[in-house]
Design a protein around this ligand. Structure first.
Ligand SMILES: Cc1cc2nc3c(=O)[nH]c(=O)nc-3n(C[C@H](O)[C@H](O)[C@H](O)COP(=O)(O)OP(=O)(O)OC[C@H]3O[C@@H](n4cnc5c(N)ncnc54)[C@H](O)[C@@H]3O)c2cc1C
Length: 559
């Protein structure tokens, strides 16, 4: 039994009933969901076009985003690295099933994004072949400053739980304000999903804990198509900690130091990994090598050990980034005396919402950018390409969304029923609200995914993971409590993670080969037949998976 939606409901008998009431309505031209690099850049662009822009984010502004904790790698053409080489590198990393048009745009426009960030006050330095900025915090600060200057308004700690859908058109969202403990309607002519990835799907991850890929759920439910959900990137050199890890060791440390198993075998030699630095250019093979050693019990206490004790002063001095981290590594890990425990951690979601060159999702009024989207990186992402991509496609989505909102500004506002339908959709998911323990469900999903849909996959284990997800979705998800702000957020995230777990598993089953970050022990080779993209849509309430021709095949990048 649940209370019907009633916008004038002033019931005060219980928080549960009260929580279904829409406390206020906000109107804007462009609603941007997310305040990382993609969201902020989209908002800046829309504001530059004179639109009234509202950002809603689950995080505390730019804090709590993946962008905020990015290391600073920024892949861009320069005097020793041409745009063509940039294009080729990304295609090769993605094992040639990337959306070639997006890769072309990325390689061509990264220099402009780079110059723009410099103009906004971000400082870069060159380390090896790639420039890097002083970490994500500095980037966020520069973007936020510009957004504020342009009059962009931000609703912090505000989670979008449903999109508003007027027929086939998206016209804003239902948000839950965790500070006020209240639902709000955010009505917009154009809505941009810049919700980031779903790293927090796995037991071990370096993403912020709330990186639960809510945008994949929201986009799919609104009619958008997703692609490449089988491709999840793991970063090999995560610090192993009993609780979920959020700490990474720089890629070059993996090569300057030594990683050995308990038998004393050098992992890079044993697994024939020659890329330098392997943790940047060969994340898939390196993660697989480390994982398989840990899995067969050749690690120490569930991890492998990265030994820096034989690094010379010259080694340390060879990389300014590593040199700067040295005092911290000494203080925190006693790295001169002890090896560092490492484990591969989930790092980046290659799959996501399909967009065209201008951020359009194919659903009227709905745009997307950044890690929420899929296709650019194909089967695997080369380091330093995510931030440029988020900025470039954020800018593009901001521009197109502005044009749409300008064209439709005279349109009638959505009716009350559009809002009540969205609230009903949210409420129906949790109709029983019988006090399940959400954390328990989240841990169960993460554990299943880590073991069965993680770095090494196999058909029967993938099938068995699907069965667990079925049971969790059918029997436990509807019983999640949603009375307190914490419970609402946890329920929202559990719903997203279960859906993403299912999409990753089904897509992994469809791909009977190994390619990039997707490795199947029962199909260990990359095959010619694997030159396709997986896509998923929601039809009649059911997920439909399909193999399709590569979204932008050879030659499309020059059209
Ligand atoms: C540790 C680490 C280091 C990295 N280093 C690099 C690097 O050096 N170079 C590089 O190119 N890339 C790097 N990456 C990848 C890169 O940082 C991310 O891919 C990129 O920042 C994603 O930007 P985004 O704007 O798409 O998403 P994010 O920055 O993750 O922002 C997502 C936003 O969406 C909001 N959101 C999500 N769901 C909801 C919801 N339901 N309602 C409201 N808001 C919501 C979040 O709160 C957040 O504000 C790194 C990633 C990690 C985790």
């Amino acid at each position: 039994m649940h209370t019907p939606y009633n916008p004038t409901n002033t019931d005060t008998e219980g928080t549960w009933m009260k929580s279904w009431t829409i406390s206020e309505k906000n109107h804007c031209d462009v609603l941007v969901i997310g305040s990382g690099a993609a969201g902020l850049r989209a908002a800046i662009e829309a504001a530059r076009q004179g639109r009234n822009v509202l950002i809603a984010c689950k995080s505390n502004g730019g804090r709590g985003t993946s962008t905020h904790i990015a290391n600073g790698g920024f892949r861009v053409a320069h005097e020793d690295f041409t745009r063509e080489e940039h294009f080729d590198l990304v295609m090769k990393g993605g094992r040639f099933i990337n959306d070639r048009r997006k890769v072309r745009i990325l390689a061509e426009e990264a220099p402009t994004a780079y110059e723009e960030m410099k103009q906004l006050g971000v400082t870069f330095r060159r380390e090896g072949a790639m420039p890097s900025f002083q970490g994500g915090k500095a980037l966020i600060q520069a973007l936020e400053k510009e957004a504020v200057r342009l009059g962009v308004k931000t609703l912090n700690s505000t989670a979008i739980v449903e999109l508003l859908r007027d027929g086939d058109r998206v016209c804003g969202a239902i948000a839950y304000d965790t500070g006020a403990g209240a639902f709000k309607a955010l009505i917009a002519h154009a809505t941009i999903l810049a919700t980031g990835g779903a790293g927090a799907l796995y037991s071990f991850c370096d993403n912020p804990p709330h990186a639960t890929g809510d945008g994949y759920y929201l986009g799919l439910a609104a009619g958008a198509m997703l692609t490449g959900m089988e491709f999840v990137q793991f970063y090999p050199l995560g610090a192993y900690q009993p609780e979920r890890t959020a700490l990474l060791f720089p890629p070059v440390l993996g090569n300057l130091g030594v990683i050995k198993n308990v038998d004393g075998e050098d992992i890079y030699q044993k697994h024939d990994i020659t890329a330098w630095p392997a943790a940047s250019l060969a994340r898939d093979t390196t993660s697989r090598a480390l994982y398989s050693e840990i899995d067969r019990g050749a690690g120490v206490g569930g991890a492998l050990l990265l030994d820096l004790r034989k690094m010379t002063e010259e080694d340390w001095a060879s990389s300014p980034g590593v040199q700067e981290k040295r005092p911290y590594l000494r203080r925190r890990f006693n790295c001169d005396e002890e090896p560092l425990p490492i484990i591969p951690v989930s790092h980046y979601t290659m799959g996501g919402i399909v967009i065209n060159d201008w951020g359009e999702t194919g659903v009227e009024g709905l745009f997307a950018a950044g890690e929420a989207t899929g296709g650019t990186h194909g089967a695997n992402r080369i380091g330093g390409n995510a931030i440029p991509e988020a900025l470039i496609f954020g800018m593009r989505a901001g521009q197109t969304a502005s044009h749409l909102s300008e064209k439709t500004s005279g349109r009638e506002l959505p009716s009350e029923s559009v809002i009540s339908d969205a609230v009903d959709r949210w409420r129906e998911t949790f109709s029983e609200a019988l006090g399940e323990r959400t954390e328990e469900i989240l841990d169960k999903v993460r554990g299943e995914v880590w073991e069965k849909v993680g770095i090494i996959r196999e058909g029967t284990r993938l099938q068995s993971a699907l069965e667990s997800f079925d049971t969790l979705e059918r029997d436990r998800l509807p019983r999640l409590p949603t009375s307190t702000p914490r419970e609402v957020i946890a329920a929202l995230e559990a719903r997203s993670l279960l859906l993403i777990a299912r999409m990753a598993t089904n897509s992994a089953l469809l791909r009977e080969e190994s390619r990039g970050a997707h490795y199947r022990s029962d199909f260990p080779e990359e095959t010619e037949d694997g030159m396709f993209n997986t896509v998923v849509r929601l039809k009649g309430g059911k997920l439909e998976f399909e193999k399709i021709e590569v979204l932008a095949p050879r030659g499309a990048e020059n059209e």
